[in-house]
Write a protein that binds this ligand. Structure first.
Ligand code: IPE
Ligand code: IPE
Ligand code: MG
Length: 252
């Protein structure tokens, strides 16, 4: 497995197109309510947006796309909505995985699978297995994921792996145990739906990510809206702690 240096230990080479985009797909419920539809209709429409975004990322040659599908806090929603989301998840996997595979996309799920139905876990495992040797876009779906959960599970694994180091752990001891150790940290974070918060998504990994918030609701997040996010990213100056002058010096 390739290990990446974290942005607090090393400075990544800047790129025009973000290598890794992480997205909080928010606003499905409001999209539906605006149309006097049940919230679940918004979730259904949201799957279409995912399909389009995956296509755009393949075209742009984005290497990693990470989507927040269900947070560890989303269990607090009404039970009917939770079970609809689980069903939708299962259905989307069954329907889309062959297409993802044909397009050389590698699918990985992060998050705690223990509360999922055995059928869903089996479907997740089969989808990952089918696509594991693909070399195109790495599509990560975060389901029952929480940033705090991720850091804590990594700490527990790190301690088991190297108990002799107690009290002397460094970032590079922890990083291989984080859920996304196979990917560089996100370059661009997008949150649709107007809220300006991280909602316990990738807390460790977003340390130096460029943050982009849009009022567009997830089902309306089309190609044009995505282009605006990319343009915004391209206008950022990523200093990683350095001064602006230092960046211009290195450019010439
Ligand atoms: C995001 O849309 C989808 C999930 C959290 C699964 P929401 O369902 O949060 O939509 P709003 O925020 O209520 O509009
Ligand atoms: C964040 O959206 C989680 C996902 C998109 C999966 P929420 O709608 O759950 O976030 P909050 O509750 O508004 O922070
Ligand atoms: Mg929401």
């Amino acid at each position: 497995m390739k290990l990446f240096t974290s942005t607090t230990r090393g400075i990544p080479v800047p790129a025009e197109v973000p290598k890794h985009i992480a997205v909080i797909m928010d606003g499905n419920g409001r999209w539906a309510r605006k149309r006097f539809l049940p919230r679940i209709a918004g979730h259904k429409r949201g799957v279409e947006t995912v399909r389009e975004l995956v296509k755009s990322c393949v075209t742009l040659k984005v290497e990693y796309l990470t989507l927040f599908a269900f947070s560890s806090e989303n269990w607090r929603r009404p039970p009917e909505e939770v079970s609809f989301l689980m069903g939708l998840f299962m259905e989307a996997l069954q329907r889309e995985v062959a297409k993802l595979h044909q397009n050389n996309i590698k699918l990985i799920m992060i998050g705690d699978r223990t509360p999922f139905d055995t059928a869903l876990v089996a479907q997740i495992e089969a989808s990952e297995k089918l696509t594991e040797n693909n070399t195109g876009l790495v599509l990560t779906i975060a389901a029952n994921y929480g940033g705090r959960w991720d850091v804590l599970q990594a700490v527990n694994k790190m301690q088991l792996a190297a108990p002799q180091l107690t009290g002397y752990y460094r970032e590079d001891h922890l990083e291989p145990h984080l859920s996304m150790s196979y990917a560089p940290e996100p370059d661009l974070f997008i949150r649709t739906g107007g809220e300006k918060r991280i909602s316990n998504f990738l807390l460790w990994q977003l340390a130096y990510t460029e943050l982009y918030f849009t009022d567009t609701l997830w089902p309306d997040f089309n190609q044009e809206a995505f282009n605006l996010a990319i343009q915004s990213f391209q206008n950022r100056e990523r200093r990683f702690g350095r001064t602006s002058e230092q960046l211009t010096e290195t450019k010439v």
